[in-house]
Design a protein around this ligand. Structure first.
Ligand SMILES: [Zn+2]
Length: 242
C-alpha cells in the first residue's frame, strides 16, 4: 500500500507501491491512475484505500492531468466539477490539502517548506527534467513565501539510470541541459538518470534536504513500470502539511 513515508516538521510524504488495492490484471492491485484503461470504479476505490491508509480524506487530494510539460498550477482546493488542468506540478499554501502525482517510471517529486506552509508535487520524466518542471515548482513555492533552504524534497520510486536506456542523441540532449543525468545501462548502452538530474536541479536551487528513493520501478515487482510492462497501473506520491 504505502511503500515509503516520512514526516518532517509536520510535512508528510508518502509513496505507494502496487499492493493492497482492488484492480484486476494488468493493473493489480493498487492502480491510482484514471487514464490507463482500468475500471474507473476500481480506481476510485483504490484512491479511497490509499487515502485511508495515509490518514487523509480522499476528497482532500488534488490530482493532475500530467502531460510532460513545465506548467504549474497553484491550488487551494480540489478541482470539484472543473476540468483538471494539464499541468505537471501543483503548489499549495493550504494546510491539510494533499497534492498527488502519478507515475510508473517517471520521477515523482514531493516538496514542502514546513515553516511557510507551502507544498508542491511534480511529475518529472525525461521531458520534464529538460523543460525544468522542478525549478518551476520551486519558483512557484517561493512566490507563496517558501524559502528553498527550508524545502524538504523527496523523490519516489522511478526507473534508475542503470535501466533507462535511450538513444545516444537523446542522452546528449539531456546532458546538454543537465549533465548529472548522464548515465549508462548495466548492459553498457546510453541511458538517462532522471532522478539524479532532478536532485542536481534541487541542489542548484539551494533546496536544503533532498532524499532519493532507492527503489527502481523497472527492477521491482512491487511497483508499476511502464517501460517493463507497457499496459500497467500508476503509483502515487502524496504530500501535505499539518
Ligand atoms: Zn533500474
Amino acid at each position: 500500500m504505502i511503500g515509503q513515508r516520512d514526516t518532517v516538521n509536520g510535512a508528510h510524504f508518502g509513496f505507494t507501491d502496487r499492493w493492497g488495492g482492488v484492480s484486476a490484471v494488468p493493473y493489480e492491485e493498487l492502480n491510482l491512475g484514471g487514464a490507463v484503461g482500468d475500471d474507473p470504479g476500481a480506481v476510485t476505490a483504490n484512491r479511497e484505500l490509499a487515502a485511508k491508509s495515509l490518514g487523509i480524506g480522499p476528497d482532500r487530494v488534488v490530482w493532475m492531468n500530467q502531460v510532460h510539460g513545465a506548467d504549474v498550477a497553484v491550488v487551494d482546493g480540489p478541482w470539484g466539477d472543473a476540468p483538471v488542468p494539464r499541468v505537471d506540478a501543483v503548489v499549495t499554501a493550504e494546510r491539510g490539502l494533499a497534492l498527488a502525482v502519478l507515475t510508473a517510471d517517471c520521477v515523482p517529486v514531493l516538496l514542502a517548506d514546513p515553516v511557510a506552509g507551502v507544498a508542491a508535487a511534480a511529475h518529472a520524466g525525461r521531458p520534464g527534467l529538460v523543460a525544468g518542471i522542478v525549478p518551476a515548482a520551486v519558483r512557484a513555492m517561493a512566490e507563496l513565501g517558501a524559502d528553498p533552504a527550508r524545502i524538504v524534497a523527496r523523490t519516489g520510486p522511478a526507473v534508475c539510470g542503470r535501466c533507462y536506456e535511450v538513444p545516444e542523441e537523446m542522452r546528449a540532449e539531456v546532458f546538454a541541459v543537465e549533465p548529472a543525468a548522464y548515465a549508462e545501462t548495466s548492459w553498457g548502452t546510453p541511458a538517462v538518470d532522471v532522478a539524479a538530474g532532478v536532485h542536481a536541479q534541487l541542489d542548484r536551487l539551494g533546496v536544503g534536504d533532498g532524499q532519493r528513493s532507492p527503489v527502481c520501478t523497472r527492477g521491482s515487482g512491487d511497483h508499476f513500470s511502464y517501460r517493463r510492462d507497457r499496459t500497467t497501473g500508476r503509483l502515487a506520491g502524496y504530500v501535505w502539511l499539518d
